[in-house]
Design a protein around this ligand. Structure first.
Ligand SMILES: [Zn+2]
Length: 58
């Protein structure tokens, strides 16, 4: 089962989608995308919670 994250699900006006086998791998992709696309250098606990809530199993 894959895990999927859509950037727009955390309120971003952004078409980015990430997909990975594990949440750990997915978080790496999300962190990298957040840095390059949105200038987010630090994932706060608040943001982390939002991201985790938006992750779906496929
Ligand atoms: Zn994005």
């Amino acid at each position: 089962m894959a895990k999927k994250f859509l950037c727009k699900d955390v309120g971003m006006d952004c078409p980015f989608e990430a997909q990975a086998e594990t949440e750990e791998e997915l978080m790496k992709q999300i962190a990298e995308h957040g840095k390059t696309a949105h200038g987010i250098t630090e994932i706060t606990p608040d943001l982390m919670e939002k991201v985790k809530a938006a992750i779906k199993d496929e």
